[in-house]
Design a protein around this ligand. Structure first.
Ligand code: AMP
Length: 419
C-alpha cells in the first residue's frame, strides 16, 4: 500500500463542503470588487522565486521543492502565488489593458516545512493582487476585502494586525538600529537568528523562540520618512472611517522580502501556534524587479486549511452539498432501463440521483440507499410498470406511495423540500 507524502492531505468526505464554501465565498467576495481569476502553472523557474521572495528568506533557503527537469532546467513548485501572478502580468503585457489590474487566484502551494496542525507541505491559498496603484486607497481596498471575506465566511474571532515597513531607505536605517540592539544580546538568541543577524536582520523580530527579545527591539514606525508615514497614516484613517478594526503591531514583519510599506496579517483567536490565517501588503518594486514597468502594487494571501480550522472552531454552520438525494432501485429486466430513464428525468430537475448499477435484490438496494443517506427511494418494479406507476418511499419516515410516471419528478421535488 502506498501512503501519501508527509505534509499532504487527501481532501474528501465531510471536509469537501468547507472547500466548496470557502471557494464560493472567496469568488463571490472578489467579484463584487472587480477582481478576475488567474490560474498560473504550479511550477516555475526557480530563479523567479529566488529573485522575488528573496535569497535569504526561510522559503528560499529551506522550504522550496526544487528539482531539475529532464531538460536540465531548475524548476520549483510554487511556494506562494504573488511571484507567478506578477510574472504572468509582465509576460502577458497586462499593463496594456489599463491599471490598476485586479487579479485573484486559488490553488495549491508547496513549502517544505515541519508539518503540524495548520502547517502542511502542500497547502492552499486564496489570494488577490491589486497591481498599479500607489495610493492608500489601494491599501484600504485590499484590507477591506480581507476583512469582508472573513465576515462573509461567518468568522468573528479574528484580528487584523498592521504595520508599515517603509521604503528601502527607511529599512536601511531601521536595520542599522536593529543590528545595534541585537549586537548586545547575540549570544542569547537561537542559532538560526545568529545567522539571520547578518543575512536578514528583520527576521529576528519574527522568531518564534526569541519572542521576548523582539518585544523591546526598536520599532520601524520610528524610522519612517515623511512620505511613508503619511501613507501609513492615511491608510489607517480611511480604515477607521470604514469602521474596520485593526491593531497596530510595529514589530510585524513578513516572511517574504518583496514587501515594503503597509503590511498586514489576519490572526484567528482559536488557531494556537499557527494563528495567522492570512497576510499581505505592498510590494512596490516587484513588477520592475521581474522585468515590467515601475508598477506599485499590493495583495494578500489566505490559507484555506487554516480557514477551515477556524470555521470548525467557531462552529460556523456550513450547508451540506446536496448529494445522494434519491436512490433509484429496480427489479427485473424490463425495469432497469425505465429506472434509468426516470433517473435522468430527475437529474434534469436538478435532483442528485444514485441509480443502482449492481445486480442486487431489493433489500440490498435499500440497504445501500440507507448507507448513502439518501432521503428518498424510487422503486421501479415490473408489476408496477404494467400499471405505469412506481413506488416512492421516504427512507427517513418509511412513508410510501405509488405515483404515476408523469408525476414522479413533481412529487419527488415536493417530498424533498419537505424533508
Ligand atoms: P504567507 O504566504 O507566508 O504570507 O502565508 C499566507 C497564509 O498562507 C498564512 O497566513 C497561512 O494561512 C497560509 N500558509 C502559509 N504557509 C502554510 C503552510 N505551510 N501550511 C498551511 N498554511 C500555510
Amino acid at each position: 500500500m502506498y501512503k501519501k507524502i508527509k505534509g499532504t492531505e487527501d481532501i474528501y468526505g465531510k471536509d469537501i463542503k468547507y472547500w466548496y464554501y470557502i471557494e464560493k465565498v472567496a469568488r463571490e467576495t472578489v467579484r463584487l470588487y472587480g477582481y478576475h481569476e488567474i490560474r498560473t502553472p504550479i511550477f516555475e523557474q526557480t530563479e523567479l522565486f529566488v529573485r522575488s521572495v528573496g535569497k535569504e528568506t526561510d522559503i528560499v533557503q529551506k522550504e522550496m521543492y526544487t528539482f531539475e527537469d529532464k531538460g536540465g532546467r531548475s524548476i520549483t513548485l510554487r511556494p506562494e502565488g504573488t511571484a507567478p501572478t506578477i510574472r504572468a502580468f509582465v509576460e502577458n503585457s497586462m499593463v496594456a489593458t489599463g491599471l490598476p489590474k485586479r487579479l485573484f487566484y486559488i490553488g495549491p502551494m508547496f513549502r517544505y516545512e515541519r508539518p503540524q496542525l495548520g502547517r502542511q507541505r502542500q497547502f492552499h491559498q486564496f489570494g488577490i493582487e491589486l497591481i498599479g496603484s500607489s495610493s492608500p486607497l489601494a491599501d484600504t481596498e485590499v484590507i477591506l476585502i480581507a476583512d469582508k471575506f472573513m465576515k462573509k465566511l461567518g468568522l468573528v474571532d479574528y484580528e487584523i494586525i498592521i504595520n508599515s515597513l517603509g521604503c528601502e531607505k527607511d529599512r536601511q536605517e531601521y536595520k542599522k538600529a536593529l543590528k545595534e540592539y541585537y549586537a548586545n544580546i547575540l549570544d542569547k538568541v537561537c542559532d538560526d537568528c545568529k545567522k539571520r543577524y547578518n543575512t536578514n536582520v528583520l527576521r529576528l523580530l519574527d522568531c518564534k523562540i526569541d519572542v521576548n527579545y523582539a518585544k523591546n527591539a526598536p520599532k520601524i514606525t520610528d524610522f519612517l520618512c515623511d512620505d511613508c508615514r503619511k501613507h501609513y497614516q492615511e491608510t489607517k484613517s480611511i480604515l477607521e472611517e470604514l469602521e474596520i478594526k485593526y491593531k497596530e503591531e510595529p514589530r510585524l514583519v513578513r516572511g517574504l522580502d518583496y514587501y515594503n510599506g503597509v503590511i498586514f496579517e489576519i490572526h484567528h483567536g482559536k488557531l494556537g501556534a499557527q494563528s495567522a490565517v492570512g497576510g499581505g501588503g505592498r510590494y512596490d518594486k516587484l513588477v520592475k524587479e521581474l522585468g515590467g514597468p515601475n508598477t506599485p502594487s499590493l495583495g494578500f494571501a489566505m490559507g484555506i486549511e487554516r480557514l477551515i480550522i477556524a470555521l470548525k472552531n467557531e462552529n460556523v454552520p456550513i450547508k451540506e452539498v446536496k448529494n445522494n438525494e434519491i436512490y433509484v432501485a429496480h427489479l427485473g429486466e424490463k425495469a432497469r432501463v425505465v429506472a434509468l430513464e426516470i433517473s435522468e428525468e430527475l437529474r434534469e430537475n436538478s435532483i442528485s440521483v444514485v441509480y443502482n448499477t449492481m445486480e442486487r435484490g431489493l433489500s440490498a438496494q435499500l440497504k445501500h440507499a440507507a448507507r448513502l443517506k439518501c432521503k428518498l427511494c424510487i422503486i421501479v418494479g415490473e408489476n408496477e410498470l404494467e400499471r405505469d406507476v412506481v413506488v416512492l418511499r421516504n427512507l427517513e419516515t418509511g412513508d410510501q406511495v405509488e405515483i404515476e410516471r408523469d408525476f414522479i419528478a413533481g412529487t419527488a421535488k415536493e417530498w424533498l423540500s419537505e424533508s
